[in-house]
Design a protein around this ligand. Sequence first.
Ligand SMILES: [Mg+2]
Length: 251
Amino acid sequence: MYIVGMGNYIIDIDGTLLEGNRELNHGSAFLKCLEGRGDRFLLATNSIKSPRMQARRFAEIGLSLEPDRFYSPVNCVNWYLGEMGYSRVLVVGSREERDQIGAEQSSDDPDLIILLDFEKEDVSYGELQRIADHMARGCPAVTASGSPYYFKSGKKQIDTGAFVRLLESVTERKIPVLGKPSPDYFRGARSLLCGPGEPVTVIGDDWQTDILGGREAGFSTVLVASGKYRPGDEEKGRPDLLVNDLLALCR
Ligand SMILES: [Mg+2]
């Protein structure tokens, strides 16, 4: 059961605090309230935009946030490396994305393959084949995203998840997604916030990724009636609370 004022929050960004660069649900006053109370919080997203880019979006609504306030699948990957003891990784992603991974990077003899982004570096057939070869000899892989496409100027663009499915079908191996709603995503976030036994509340607009994912991780959940929310989502996700305004949690 959700108890107002219990100190650790994992808060979704898009559709919950921001829509583009517009503030939602009195998000900035809510975060200031949490800071004032000394509550701990992470701003959680499935986007792998760098923390600095995310911080710039909040600066536009007058909130100054440190980069370590942001939690993405890349942070989850770094937590996962420590948990699983991987030390030599092959990362598919832009230079900026690769630089965020806290392990030695090797394309010859990795113990884990991390699939972040295939578009920015224009990954070739040869590179895809090399990844499939590593997987065939038993090297596991994880990814930040299961989305097969996204929209750019109204046109479908091939996204990371499509390459993940290609590699899964060729290698007949499963590639876990370390984004919401994966329990690993939420476990990694909690490890940054607090100890294992402490209560955590997930707040978000998506009844599946935020609410079901949060519940599966054993956390309290608050659904906001904005962003992706549609009437009736509270029946599907069964959050502890549904709110129209985040300040309702700060009374
Ligand atoms: Mg959202």
